[in-house]
Design a protein around this ligand. Structure first.
Ligand code: 4NP
Length: 151
């Protein structure tokens, strides 16, 4: 089944582009379209944050061609599922939902392995502030595995 997934965070330079790159790699050959966007317009046109790219590259994920864009209300019509990193992202996205639109908006951590180290996580902490880029990737890989398994 063809699926399209949009990952959303605040800046679109750390969490959501990493989620995009990891999910694209995990879903390769399965006809899944993935993209990412930020609720803010702070980094429009910029490549992913350097430290995020470096941590991802060390695991084989190339984020270098990605460019930040801002989430818009039109994204509701373009994707089957919108996956957010935290409750603030969810609120910003929901505020732009067109009347009558039924697109699923879900926290990425909903897909964390219930038997794994991230069971019960309720958001993806922002590495722009925590500086834990590897820990963020550990969580993103765990959630992406669960998401792909449920498509
Ligand atoms: P992201 O991280 O939402 O995971 O892309 C952030 C990146 C930049 C800023 C905030 C969050 N900023 O304030 O510029």
């Amino acid at each position: 089944m063809s699926q399209s997934i949009l990952f959303v965070c605040l800046g679109n330079i750390c969490r959501s582009p990493a989620a995009e790159a990891v999910t694209r790699a995990f879903a390769q050959g399965r006809g899944v379209r993935v993209d990412s966007a930020g609720t803010s317009g702070w980094h429009i046109g910029e490549p992913p944050y350097g430290a995020m790219q470096a941590a991802a590259r060390a695991r084989g994920y190339d984020m270098s061609t990605l460019r930040a864009r801002q989430f818009s209300t039109r994204d509701f019509g373009r994707f089957d599922m919108i996956v957010v990193m935290d409750d603030e992202n969810r609120a910003e996205v929901e505020a732009l939902r067109p009347a009558g639109d039924g697109t699923t908006v879900v926290l990425f951590t909903n897909f964390a392995d219930v038997a794994g180290p991230f069971a019960g996580a309720d958001h993806v902490p922002d590495p722009y502030y925590t500086r834990d880029f590897d820990g963020t990737l550990d969580l993103i890989e765990d959630c992406a595995r669960g998401l792909i398994a449920r498509l």
